[in-house]
Design a protein around this ligand. Sequence first.
Ligand SMILES: NC(=O)c1ccc[n+]([C@@H]2O[C@H](COP(=O)([O-])OP(=O)(O)OC[C@H]3O[C@@H](n4cnc5c(N)ncnc54)[C@H](O)[C@@H]3O)[C@@H](O)[C@H]2O)c1
Length: 333
Amino acid sequence: MVARNPDRCHHRPGGHVLRRTGRTGTGSDDSGGNVMSKTIGFLGLGHMGGPMAANLVKAGYEVHAYDPSAAAQEQAGKDGVALVETGVAAATGRDIVITMLTNGKLVRDVYAELLPVARPDTLFVDCSTIDVADAKAAAEAATAAGHRALDAPVSGGVSGAAAGTLTFMVGGADTDFAEALPMLEVMGAKVVHCGGAGVGQAAKICNNMLLGISMIGLSEALVLGEKLGLSHQSFFDVVSTASGQSWALTTYCPVPGPVPTSPANNDYRPGFATALMNKDLGLAVDALRANGVEGRIGELAAEIYREFNETSDGRDFSAIVTEVRKRSSGWAT
Ligand SMILES: NC(=O)c1ccc[n+]([C@@H]2O[C@H](COP(=O)([O-])OP(=O)(O)OC[C@H]3O[C@@H](n4cnc5c(N)ncnc54)[C@H](O)[C@@H]3O)[C@@H](O)[C@H]2O)c1
């Protein structure tokens, strides 16, 4: 879902740019230490975490991983990831602990279990997509327990996780970001330091709220075009270079044809599941309300995806175009 950054550079707040130090993680960190000597605990080997951990192992990192799911364990074992019996075993005595979990409550519960047993000054890096408030609370808990923390949610989906081309949006201190960077570079093509604790999650939620809104808007325009006799290809040829242009259209076109690699060409599978868009829009609405932002379109997008999620049958979120078509009155097929 994410285009590679051609110069593979890394942006820090204030305009500082960190250049990539090497794909295999063999560079040095800011203190001159060899990053390969850092040991990693990894919790959550699901669709995203499994391939991310596998890429760290391939790059030569020592990874101790845990997931309670037998299926996740089996796949991780096939990928060469060393498994341990508990989350505590994964985190104890490591330099860095990565979590890739389903929601904020789980992240906070896992942190409550791990923070007391981890070696002092461990760097906790949470890559899950969670509420900004949960991310800040997790970082505060880590700091209070004598550790350090970054929120580092990702964009790029399962294919990006497998290919090591994720985009990381990172919140936390400069020095902690610098320490994590070589490791994040192994799993991602672009790493952006967005600001302090929770600001990585803020970037993720803002981006996905905009993506959900633009996919709905694009779908409405496409269906209107259909009604008016405008072919998908003509729509694409005009709008892709006109003022209505968007990533949703040019990279992820929700109708088959104009962009052959988009999920629409394969019955909307695989892709970024509607359930995940629904989750992210829920987080965005929580953030809009918690911060007193009038986000009428964001709220409406969340409502539309909440309804569509009931019947989406695991399809990619761009299948919303089929729902717009279905609900359009007088549609003759
Ligand atoms: N799937 C995507 O395309 C995608 C894209 C971007 C971001 N994300 C985000 O990444 C996160 C992970 O997504 P996913 O698709 O990999 O989810 P997933 O459900 O496939 O994986 C989560 C894993 O966590 C494991 N787990 C549960 N409790 C645990 C514990 N106590 N300790 C260790 N592991 C535990 C589960 O068994 C599961 O394997 C989510 O927050 C999601 O929103 C997903």
